[in-house]
Design a protein around this ligand. Structure first.
Ligand SMILES: CC(=O)N[C@H]1[C@@H](OP(=O)(O)OP(=O)(O)OC[C@H]2O[C@@H](n3ccc(=O)[nH]c3=O)[C@H](O)[C@@H]2O)O[C@H](CO)[C@@H](O)[C@@H]1O
Length: 507
């Protein structure tokens, strides 16, 4: 273990000796913990990190003044559209996606290192239950979609195939996530195909470039952003693991979208057939201030401008057809070839510029009291996963329907948008639509017909509650066999057992 003198000398080189200011008061155990933590901070990198944070903080906040002039929407030839393409084209994309999955060439990678502060829970977001009748968590829904897509690809191609699940966690989420997966028997996935790894942390810094102590014996550390993925891939040799398994295409996604289609064959097939090395799913932005990044071009190069970095004037600009000019909303679902990820980890990662987030960071004051600040007092530096788009040789975007694919859980219950209720309704409304399309009719508790509403109010519950297990249907397919011409009392929970009962008997 590093000695106090060593660590003190390193901190001096980094200009951060204050981190040992409570040393004399600490008992042997906290001393050892603090030394171990500080020994991991490499002096030159730490000095640079603090310098950059203070410098970024001194710059005027807000988007660079010339950004608006450098922005353009993506050219139409770079954008595929799931809903507006003819069924034959869509079928070709899907077929190609399933083919790649059946060849074991597709993996999914979950970004699950975030702290979920807006939702306000102390455990990882993936463990959250939005109140579905089945009581499933986000992690369980995701695991079941993986199982179903493997099954569908396998059936089409007469094979057994695997979509490995890579899960990037951070110090805050690794322990509870790993425990949760074990407790739930990996949701019946083979644990050998679930690979968890941890992203790095970075110290939070005051506005004048001093690392913050969260306790007398602990530095305030925060994950290095979802763009920490690229260092983490390298740290844990994840690309080598992918190579061993023969994975060529990776679907990277964020944890909180209840409608996420893991390893979506249509998206994968589209990207593969376009020869893309990098791609992003987008939805039409709902309103100018919606907190989603916009996929666009900056100086002619594909990029995402994050919602926190675009000016309200630019976000409100209209196109000739009256829609938003920058309407390609990023839903944090990305396609990468393994080759591209390799180039990023080898060459481009150091070129990614950290973004500055000004936050309220709890700290110990000079007198050693714990303070929960009411105003932002610290800077966290984060890299963004999409900042690698500009290095792609062939970037494509793929627009999908919001009601089918995007309903993120960001906020606690009382918020109007992106809350547990809005996520739950989005899923139940989708399943209700699928059931009607497959020929089901619903009755209320007294046996009266419930109205069939083709379009539902955005924040209202569907007339009947219907939840379909991802193990029965991945994207609405194959439901006629259970539902066609049948009447159901609400609520209907169509899980595997119920599906077996509804299966027509062979005579
Ligand atoms: C930087 C980024 O991608 N921003 C996107 C993100 O915004 P948003 O600000 O909502 O991003 P979050 O903070 O929720 O993070 C997105 C995902 O990254 C993960 N995470 C975050 C930080 C971290 O250090 N490690 C980590 O793994 C989170 O667990 C989550 O799964 O989703 C929106 C859609 O919902 C998009 O419109 C935004 O453009």
């Amino acid at each position: 273990m590093a000695s106090e003198q060593d660590v003190r000398a390193r901190l001096q080189r980094a200009g951060q000796e204050h981190l040992l200011r409570f040393w004399a008061e600490l008992a042997p155990e906290p001393r050892a913990a603090l030394l171990a933590e500080l020994a991991l901070l490499e002096p030159e990198a730490l000095r640079e990190h603090c310098r950059r944070a203070a410098e970024a903080c001194a710059r005027p906040h807000g988007p660079p003044p010339d950004l608006a002039a450098r922005l353009r929407p993506l050219p139409p030839e770079r954008v595929g559209r799931a809903s507006r393409s003819n069924p034959e084209t869509r079928r070709r994309w899907e077929e190609e996606g399933f083919r790649q999955i059946s060849l074991n060439k597709v993996a999914v990678l979950l970004l699950a290192g975030g702290q979920g502060t807006r939702l306000g829970v102390t455990y990882p977001k993936g463990m959250y239950r939005v109140g579905l009748p089945s009581r499933k968590t986000l992690y369980q829904l995701q695991a079941e979609r993986i199982r179903r897509v493997e099954q569908l690809a396998g059936e089409r191609h007469g094979t057994r195939c695997t979509v490995p699940w890579y899960v990037m966690t951070s110090e805050f989420t690794l322990g509870p996530t790993a425990e949760f997966f074990r407790e739930h028997n990996f949701f019946h996935l083979d644990p050998a195909n679930v690979v968890m790894f941890e992203q790095r942390l970075l110290p939070a810094v005051t506005f004048d470039g001093k690392v913050i102590l969260e306790r007398k014996d602990k530095v305030a550390m925060a994950p290095d952003g979802n763009g920490g993925l690229y260092c983490a891939l390298e740290d844990h040799k994840i690309l080598e693991d992918m190579e061993r398994r023969g994975v060529e295409f990776v679907h990277v996604y964020c944890v909180d979208n209840i409608l996420v289609r893991l390893a979506d064959p249509v998206f994968i097939g589209f990207c593969v057939l376009q020869g893309a090395d990098c791609g992003a799913k987008v939805v039409e932005k709902a309103y100018p201030e919606e907190p989603v990044g916009v996929v666009c071009q900056v100086d002619g190069v594909p990029q995402v401008v994050e919602y926190s970095e675009i000016s309200p004037e630019t976000a409100q600009l209209r196109a000739a057809d009256g829609g938003l000019l920058y309407n390609a909303g990023n839903i944090c679902n990305h396609f990468f070839t393994r080759g591209f990820l390799k180039a990023v980890t080898r060459e481009f990662e150091p070129l990614l510029k950290p973004h500055v987030a000004v936050k309220k960071v709890p700290y110990v004051d000079e007198a050693g009291n714990l303070v929960k600040p009411l105003k932002p007092n610290g800077i966290k530096m984060e890299k963004f996963v999409f900042d690698v788009f500009r290095f792609a040789k062939n970037f494509v975007a793929f627009e999908v329907l919001r009601e089918e694919e995007f309903s993120p859980l960001k906020n606690a219950e009382l918020a109007d948008r992106d809350s547990p209720s809005t996520s739950r309704r989005a899923l139940l409304t989708q399943h209700y639509r699928w059931a009607l399309r497959a020929g089901a009719r619903f009755l209320d508790a007294h046996g009266a017909w419930l109205p069939e509403l083709p379009s539902l109010p955005p924040n209202g519950d569907p007339p009947a509650i219907c939840e379909i297990s991802p193990l029965v249907s991945y994207s609405g397919e194959g439901l006629e066999v259970y539902l066609q011409g049948r009447e159901f009392q609400s609520p209907l929970i169509l899980d595997e057992d119920q599906a077996r009962e509804l299966q027509p008997q062979e005579s």
